[in-house]
Design a protein around this ligand. Structure first.
Ligand code: C5P
Length: 237
């Protein structure tokens, strides 16, 4: 039994922390570290949209063939390995695709398939099934607004397109890939426009989300901010 604002509240489900934000805001790394620190499960919802896009690209399905994309989303045969405590291995149809789905091409295709509300609906139950004790850290675009509207902590990370592109460039460089900064800024801006402008579950902070601008913050500082919010909420609950 919990007390919130003087009212007694039953906590039936495992608690959820949602971490939403645009591409490159650092939410993936932050969610991973928060889940690992708390020993909670992790949902990387973007991976599901990437898996639909990856399958479509591989099978030659057009990115505007809504019915075929919905079928792909419903039938995804995927296993997230080591999901508890921040694990991130992704096995699709028995193949390890953990790295294959991280390309810029796949990210951009994911944002196209994610614009279809029917594709989003096809992935909804799969996302909610990640909610298990002792708790879930869910990272994405609509975790706090649509998928887990009752989350006990909601965070929305922002950062300028320039800073996000610089972070992405550094990440790619570490993988031996050289991409021009201006290309990355353009890609991030067009992904933002598509994610924010779509009719279904557009990218926006939940009304009750705490917004953290990460331009001047390190990953550890953001993680500590989120953990402090969790502490504060726990002491209230
Ligand atoms: O987070 P990530 O870059 O892996 O997401 C890829 C794309 O999937 C995003 O650009 C976005 O269009 C879509 N997405 C979404 N809703 C989510 C997570 C990702 O629409 N919850």
């Amino acid at each position: 039994m919990l007390i919130i604002e003087g009212k007694q509240v039953m906590m039936k489900d495992a608690p959820v922390i949602t971490i939403d934000g645009p591409a490159g805001s650092g939410k993936g790394t932050v969610a991973h570290n928060v889940a690992a620190t708390l020993g909670w499960h992790l949902l990387d919802s973007g991976a599901l949209y990437r898996l639909v896009a990856f399958t479509a690209l591989k099978q030659g399905i057009a990115l505007d063939d809504e019915a075929a994309l919905v079928a792909v989303g419903r039938e995804l045969d995927v296993i997230f390995t080591g999901n508890k405590q921040g694990g991130t291995g992704i096995i699709l149809d028995g193949q390890n695709v953990t790295h294959d789905i991280r390309t810029e091409e796949c990210g951009s295709a994911a944002s196209q398939v994610a614009a279809f509300s029917s594709v989003r609906t096809a992935l909804l139950d799969r996302q909610r099934a990640f909610l298990q004790m002792p708790g879930l850290v869910a990272d994405g675009r609509d975790m706090g607004t649509v998928v887990f509207p009752d989350a006990f902590v909601k965070v929305y990370l922002t950062a300028s397109a320039q800073i996000r592109a610089e972070r992405r460039k550094k990440q790619l460089k570490e993988q031996g890939i050289d991409v021009s900064l201006s290309c990355l800024v353009r890609d991030i801006e067009s992904r933002d426009a598509r994610d924010c402008g779509r009719k279904s579950a557009p990218l926006k902070p939940a009304a009750d989300a705490v917004i953290i601008d990460t331009d001047q913050l390190s990953v550890d500082e953001v993680v500590n901010n989120v953990l402090s919010l969790v502490q504060e909420r726990r002491s209230v609950l």
